[in-house]
Write a protein that binds this ligand. Structure first.
Ligand code: UD1
Length: 435
């Protein structure tokens, strides 16, 4: 398995370019199921989750071109023939967002069989709200042998009020609703920018969606959708991770090609903690560390609140801040897997239920540590960048799910990071865990 070897102590200086958003690309690729025409997506991040979704769609009969490693990062998807509308357990267990194919498959083919996702490193993560919504739209749902089967000759518009805000649930039902008969009104929707990305693609395909980005979305069903070319927005979590990298190392980093409007909560918190953060023009943010960091509390919330996907990285920063920082995780139970590893590196963190108390600044020292999930691995990399000595981080396949060429980007701005092993070696696919 690949490892990172990181020698800490270098301030990061220079410019890094942010890739396309993994969590936008995932639903946008699934949206291709809704049409017989080609969907061309630009700015696809070169991360492992894209490979996983490509394999998922190919297993159903779609033709998917690998994204090219050129400036455009294009992926072309053709779902002309979908001979086998099944998402098999072998793929679903490695990537829980596979359940995003449920809504579009029922809408397009009248039936879907999707393996039930099991437990994962960051909690139970059920999909009951996706199923409840589909049932309201007239689908018959059955569960057998670990698979969910949904059938409907044609879905019909419905009034759906989400019991709880769910990002992929909102996206899944949006894709189900666009070709349903009549109007669908969805309330208590997720307002994440990734939902807006998906809605913009669907509208470019001929859908009629209003209100994406607010908690109420209205969809007027159409009978068919056509091809489209769409550019995926920048990844706000990758951008936020680099902002923290700049701040924690006392560097001077320009995070380019991002959307600062999507980073409001993260920027505000970094400023509160004492980092100097400036939005430069349209798509860049400059972060300068070097001064004293002070403790500041975070509490994860749905967008536009502080993202749960930035909680682990923020905790690494909090270990270097003076005083106490309370880190409260409200979205997922069990999303503190990084804590024990940070503690092994010398951090002072105590967890009580959903709140971690971080006392700093702690002198971090190198240790052999292990990634447990995607964002936990980012927090270990950040900690290693300021730890004394050489930290060896194992199981970086988690990181490869969602960060494009992270070691190249980090070393281009002065980090001492080396990958041991062979990226995307086939033997790793089997060992690859969900989160
Ligand atoms: C998405 C993101 C993930 C992010 C999360 C929260 C993608 C591919 N993944 O995950 O990176 O951490 O949003 O911002 O976009 N829930 C239910 N029933 C459901 C669905 C969800 O109880 O049917 C619960 C979950 O257990 C969790 C909460 O709702 O406690 C939010 O989950 P959700 O927004 O659905 O997360 P994902 O869409 O899986």
């Amino acid at each position: 398995m690949d490892k990172f070897v990181i020698r800490g102590g270098n301030p990061l200086v220079g410019t890094v370019r942010i890739s396309g958003a993994k969590n936008s690309a995932l639903p946008c690729i699934a949206a291709a199921i809704l049409t017989e025409d080609d969907i061309v997506l630009e700015n696809i991040p070169l991360v492992r989750d894209m490979d996983t979704e490509r394999r998922l769609l190919e297993s159903m009969g779609a033709a998917v071109q690998r994204p090219e490693a050129n400036a455009q990062h294009l992926m072309t998807i053709s779902c002309r023939s979908l001979s086998d509308p099944v998402a098999r357990y072998e793929i679903v267990k490695t990537m829980r967002a596979s359940s995003l194919v449920l809504g579009p498959l029922v809408a397009r083919t009248g039936m879907a069989r999707v393996a039930m996702p099991g437990g994962c490193a960051i909690g139970g993560r059920p999909i009951d709200l996706h199923l409840k919504g589909l049932e309201k739209m007239g689908a018959a749902i059955t569960q057998e042998h670990g698979y969910i089967e949904a059938r409907a000759e044609r879905l019909r518009g419905a009034h759906i009020v989400f019991d709880k805000i769910t990002v992929t649930g909102t996206e899944d039902l949006l894709m189900a609703a666009v070709m349903a008969e009549g109007e669908t009104l969805m309330e208590n929707c997720a307002r994440e920018p990734e939902v807006c990305d998906l809605a913009a693609l669907l509208n470019a395909m001929g859908a009629k969606i209003e209100g994406a980005g607010t908690s109420t979305i209205r969809v007027h069903g159409v009978t068919s959708l056509h091809g489209a070319h769409y550019r995926i927005n920048p990844d706000r979590i990758e951008a936020g991770t680099f902002l923290i990298a700049g701040a924690i190392t006392g560097g001077d980093l320009i995070v380019a090609n991002c959307d600062p409007a999507h980073l409001g909560a993260v920027i505000a918190k970094l400023q509160e903690a004492g980092a100097r953060v400036d939005v430069l023009g349209g798509d860049s943010v400059r972060v300068r560390g070097g001064g004293k960091l002070q403790g500041a509390d975070i509490s994860t919330e749905e967008y536009p609140g502080f993202p749960t996907d930035m909680q682990a990285q923020y905790m690494a920063l909090a270990t270097q801040a003076e005083g106490v920082s309370l880190v409260t995780e409200n979205i997922f139970e069990n999303r503190f897997m990084h804590v024990q590893e940070l503690v092994r590196m010398g951090a002072n963190i105590k967890v009580d239920a959903k709140t971690a108390t971080v006392r700093g600044p702690a002198r971090l020292s190198s240790a052999a540590v292990m990634c447990s999930d995607l964002r936990a691995s980012a927090s270990l990399v950040l900690a290693a960048l300021v730890a004394e000595g050489e930290t060896v981080i194992d199981r970086v396949y988690h990181m490869d799910r969602g960060y494009e060429h992270i070691e190249q980007k980090l070393s281009s701005v002065g980090a001492q990071i080396q990958r041991l092993g062979n990226l995307f070696a086939p033997r790793e696919q089997a060992a690859y865990m969900a989160d």
